[in-house]
Design a protein around this ligand. Structure first.
Ligand code: COA
Length: 398
């Protein structure tokens, strides 16, 4: 990259040089493969709304006397048109369709497995990981660590990452981490730092998200928001990478700021206050409008600062793989950055068919929309969500 006659070193290159002069090796890092597991079943807005409205009609007729007496309010219907307009979501993939759509149940039915079977999070992680490994041209023997980074871990311990290690035959270390929708970018930073310092040659980072398990399908404001999926990313030392498609990790930047506007109070202490165990706050709850207003400027600011710190003009970024929660949010963020509307090529959308898959969303966008970009293209992978937590990863195609 030549700028006015001088060689502009990217930060990773600068670091490598300065570290060499101190006698330590700091490795350059690439993303060398990605993988995606998509559940077989999908639910359209119409199907979801039909189930919700059946529940509403039953509730209102069973409580007709109390409604008539003014003791409770009738429940309002949901609408497909509202969902698509407010969020951009048209359908979502789910682990169990029947349980969600049954108006008597409205919860996915996912049978418990014995300790002798791989857990469902492990199983979906393995499926996504196998694709990522194949695309990276690597086997389990090349991987030194596994990070499971997601919003909802299905048990307290042992770490799902250690189970994934066992299922794939990976040696080294594994750990779980949760930064809600931002888990993937925070996971990537963790992996990048371990590899830079020589603690691992390559790390598998997976994002198994069964978001439908933490949703309240009886809540009109949020019953349409989430879907299920799992993504996997191979993060690797550049000098060992051999895959056809590689992305230099130029820099990562994270920020968190406490907010109650997206919250889930489910946890191991719930049973110690059993009178509240089934309250709605033990599932996903949010103040959607406040989230929208507060998070968009924070994301645009973080990405803008991150690019500036790396001497990269916003206009030279060919693609923004943004967190996939709300289409209007993504439009607003890129408009703030570019000063104009982005094309769909610049900010690809997958939330129309996947809905919000929490940490997996931006990685799905990256996985599905990277092949067409030529060598040298710059892109930003960015997540945002509960915490608040925001992550930005600047990538350049090799
Ligand atoms: N069907 C029909 N109408 C609905 C509805 C539904 N399912 N849900 C809400 N409405 C109504 C509301 O009652 C309200 O009606 P009113 O104007 O008569 O009071 C109106 O639609 C607007 O509701 P509001 O909640 O303000 O909608 P919104 O435009 O803010 O969109 C979200 C809601 C959730 C889609 C949007 O706020 C959002 O996506 N925010 C960001 C959330 C996010 O990214 N979270 C991160 C999760 S990790």
């Amino acid at each position: 990259m030549i700028v006015t006659g001088r060689v502009l070193l990217l930060p990773s290159q600068r670091q490598k040089r300065s570290s060499h002069s101190r006698g330590t090796t700091v490795y350059n890092v690439v993303i060398s493969g990605t993988g995606l597991y998509t559940p077989a079943n999908s639910i359209s807005n119409d199907e979801l709304v039909e189930s919700f409205n059946t529940y509403v009609h039953r509730f209102n007729s069973e409580n007709a006397a109390a409604i008539e007496a003014g003791e409770i309010q009738p429940l309002p219907e949901s609408s497909s048109a509202f969902i698509e307009k407010a969020s951009g979501i048209k359908s979502r993939y789910v682990t169990d369709k029947a349980g969600i759509l049954d108006p008597e149940r409205m919860v996915p039915r996912i049978p418990e497995r014995s300790n002798d079977e791989w857990s469902i999070l492990c199983e979906m992680s393995v499926k996504a990981a196998e694709e990522a490994l194949a695309r990276a041209g690597k086997t389990a023997a090349d991987i030194d660590g596994v990070i499971v980074a997601c919003s909802n871990l299905q048990r307290a311990y042992p770490a799902v990452a250690i189970e994934v290690q066992a299922a794939l035959g990976i040696k080294g270390f594994g750990f779980d981490m949760n930064v809600a929708c931002s888990s993937a970018t925070f996971g990537i930073q963790n992996a990048v730092n371990s590899i830079k310092l020589g603690q691992a040659r390559a790390i598998l980072m997976v994002n198994p998200e069964i978001c439908t398990g933490h949703m309240n399908f009886r809540d009109r404001d949020s019953h349409f928001i989430f879907g299920d999926a799992c993504t996997a990313v191979i993060i690797e030392r550049e000098d060992l990478a051999t895959s056809a498609q590689q992305w230099d990790v130029i820099s990562t930047k994270l920020v968190t700021e406490f907010s109650n506007n997206i919250r889930n109070n489910f946890g191991f202490l719930n049973r110690a206050a059993e009178e509240h165990m089934n309250d709605p706050d033990k599932l996903f709850i949010q103040e959607g409008r406040k989230v929208f207003k507060e998070v968009c400027p924070m994301v645009a600011e973080l990405i803008g600062e991150h690019l500036a710190e790396n001497d990269i003009a916003v206009e030279s970024v060919k693609r923004f793989w943004l967190h996939q929660a709300n289409l209007n949010m993504n439009h607003l963020i890129v408009r703030r950055l570019l000063g104009r509307d982005a094309t769909e090529e610049e900010a690809p959308v997958i939330l129309d068919t996947y809905a919000n898959t929490s940490s997996a969303g931006s990685v799905i966008a990256f996985h599905k929309h990277q092949d067409d970009l030529p060598s040298g293209s710059l892109g930003v992978l960015s997540s945002f969500g509960a915490g608040y937590s925001i992550g930005s990863v600047i990538l350049r195609k090799r």
